[in-house]
Design a protein around this ligand. Structure first.
Ligand code: NCD
Ligand code: ZN
Length: 354
């Protein structure tokens, strides 16, 4: 067996569902999945119940994380129509600010250009302001970022015209960074015949030419982020399937398979899953180590995964590369299928609340 030692990976886009929707996932199960997938830090999205939008809801969500997390973490605040200034005062306690400019799961979508502007104007340069912005919304928010001379991070870029626009913005000197989700790199709308309603995700699975464009513009992609968005199979198979895929345990094997196939370098993988996320989000150095066997071939099966989510869009997919051991602060936290880290052992990576 070959053993490759990678640094602890960082996932800047995770939905833990805790508090409020713990039948889908909890801090304990999401972070078990994170460790099994090689991620030793997760940044958690604010569309929980209640949504994390002010000091009170941040305290509630941080308490759930403090008692449940098995890996290190920080939490995003969500922008609302009215919290621009108050949210900015909480910035040092957060992973960043998340703005929803397009249709999504939950009720955090911002109504108009004035509210986008208010947040872009109020939020400091760091930690990052991150946006779900597709199509024309992407163009508008890049323009605002330029006018306000502020950095901006684009979540889950999925289409050819979007990645090209980001390349152009960067060429112009706009301080824009971006992430792409593995499901947009490894799946496209041709998978919908197999996935049916379970294929609902935001942004939607795109055209094969969009997927190809993401691979052609790897140099524009700063981070790979899972957008781990668990919903139960019963919910996905229901009349109004919520959008979202689990992804924490499939990201690294899929990307290691791409390294094996020659479409990605190992250096490029580590940069986008560890170095760049740490730099962009101002995260502390970590001694975490992930040991993988880059040659081991295995078949993805939801039944073998740590997430509470009972399905995966990659069921049956053969991948090459498997996590065998994860070490954090000198302690083995995951070994060969077993999560050893206790709940509550993860560190909060931002200023504490007390
Ligand atoms: C996310 C979710 O379920 O929370 N769904 C998704 O399809 N990506 C929403 C989000 O990422 O904003
Ligand atoms: Zn998301």
């Amino acid at each position: 067996m070959t053993t490759l030692r990678l640094p602890g990976l960082v996932d800047v886009h995770v939905h833990t569902r805790d508090p409020g929707q713990t039948h889908k996932e909890t801090w304990a199960s999401a972070t078990a999945a994170a460790l099994a997938g090689g991620f030793t830090t997760v940044l958690a999205m604010p569309n929980t119940r209640p949504a994390v939008t002010d000091a009170t809801t941040l305290a509630t969500a941080l308490e759930a994380a403090r008692t449940g997390a098995r890996c290190d973490y920080a939490l995003y605040l969500g922008g609302t129509a009215t919290n621009g200034t108050a949210a900015a005062a909480l910035a040092p306690r957060t992973a960043g600010m998340k703005l929803y400019l397009n249709h999504t799961f939950g009720d955090l979508r911002l109504p108009d250009l004035d509210t986008w502007w208010a947040h872009l104007a109020a939020w400091p340069a760091a930690p990052p302001l991150v946006v779900h912005a597709e199509g024309p919304a992407l163009a508008a928010v890049l323009l605002m970022a330029e006018w306000l001379d502020r950095p901006i991070h684009i979540c889950h870029v999925s289409r050819a015209d979007e990645i090209r626009l980001i390349a152009r913005a960067r060429h112009r000197g706009i301080a824009v960074t971006c992430e792409v989700a593995p499901h947009h790199l490894f799946l496209d709308e041709t998978a919908l015949a197999r996935l049916g309603r379970r294929g609902e995700v935001r942004p939607v699975l795109a055209d094969p030419s969009d997927r190809a464009a993401l691979w052609e513009h790897l140099d524009v992609i700063d981070c790979f982020a899972t957008d781990h968005a668990p919903h139960t199979s019963a919910e996905k198979d229901g009349d109004d399937p919520p959008p979202g895929f689990p992804g924490l345990e499939t990201a690294l094997p899929l990307l290691l398979t791409a390294v094996h196939d020659g479409s990605l370098t190992l250096e490029g993988l580590v940069g986008r899953l560890s170095t760049n996320p740490r730099r962009i989000f101002g995260l502390p150095k970590s001694d975490a180590v992930v040991e993988v066997d880059p040659d081991e071939e295995w078949t993805i099966a939801a039944a073998d995964l740590q997430t509470a989510c009972d399905w995966t869009p990659f069921e049956g997919r053969v991948v090459r590369g498997r996590v065998h051991r994860v070490e954090v602060r000198g302690t083995t936290v995951y070994a060969d299928g077993k999560v050893l880290a206790m709940t509550g052992s993860g560190n909060h990576l931002r200023e504490d609340h007390t």
